[in-house]
Ligand binder design. Structure first.
Ligand SMILES: Nc1ncnc2c1ncn2[C@@H]1O[C@H](COP(=O)(O)OP(=O)(O)O)[C@@H](O)[C@H]1O
Ligand SMILES: [Mg+2]
Length: 233
């Protein structure tokens, strides 16, 4: 692979939460680089700061200390308007699928395109159907999430995360509410789609059964980066 500039870069990143009068440090001086097209897994015990790190990368939380660059933007100095643009370049997948119950599968996948001036209703529907085809759910496009299984809905969520052609997808424990086989299938699907389109994936998990999809595994403990393992491609 040609060496290239990192798409995500943190330098001395620290974060605190207020707890009454106490200030708890949950991330300690993290320095890391993630490169375009990489699939990076972040593991670590519950409470080690994984979700907080992911929310900082996703511009969902303000950087308090240290430097964070994502997709060519500094998150330290970004205006609220820039932050909106940065978030648009990032697809997100949560533990449970977070689909809207009253919308069809297709409408859910279209959601990230709804405020995009480059898309009309027809073009966003076409983009959503194309993605649903790729996740094997084209024929379920008209259904409501309640008519689908958990694994199918997580595949819909994967389609939604990718529909706007993001350069980065962030996934927080995406297999946690799925059984072993379904979870594995969902992650392999995400891996294949990412490989096809060169998307960078940062995936938080403590599911040991999916670690092998990673190019690199970062381990967090008490908010500190304790290990970085390069894996085979
Ligand atoms: N919104 C919040 N307010 C206060 N403390 C929080 C908040 N979110 C997370 N924390 C605390 O920060 C630490 C790290 O949490 P988190 O990033 O969710 O860890 P993980 O995802 O690894 O389980 C935990 O001690 C948690 O209780
Ligand atoms: Mg978490």
């Amino acid at each position: 692979m040609i060496s290239s500039a990192p798409i995500i870069s943190a330098r001395g990143l620290s974060h605190w939460f207020e707890d009454g009068l106490k200030r708890n440090q949950v991330l300690h001086d993290l320095t890391l680089d993630i490169f375009p097209g990489e699939i990076v897994l972040i593991t670590g015990p519950s409470g080690s700061g994984k979700s907080t790190l992911l929310k900082l990368i996703g511009a969902q939380r303000a950087v308090q200390h240290g430097e964070l660059h994502v997709n060519g933007h500094s998150l330290n100095s970004a205006s609220p308007r820039e932050l909106v643009g940065i978030r648009r370049g990032i697809g997100v997948i949560f533990q449970s699928h977070h689909l809207l119950k009253s919308l069809t599968v297709c409408q859910n996948v279209q959601m990230p395109l709804s405020h995009d001036p480059r898309h009309s209703a027809a073009s966003s529907r076409a983009a959503a159907l194309a993605l649903l085809e790729r996740v094997g759910l084209r024929e379920h496009a008209h259904k409501l999430p309640a008519q689908m299984s958990g694994g199918q809905n997580q595949r819909v969520a994967i389609a939604r995360a990718l529909v706007a052609n993001p350069r980065i997808v962030l996934a927080d424990e995406p297999t946690a509410s799925l059984d072993k086989n379904t979870g594995r299938e969902a992650v392999e699907l995400l891996q294949n789609l990412a490989r096809d389109s060169g998307v960078t994936i940062v995936l938080v998990t403590h599911d040991n059964r999916i670690l092998d999809v990673a190019d690199r595994i970062l381990s967090l403990e008490d908010g500190r980066l304790v290990d970085q393992r390069q894996c085979r491609r």
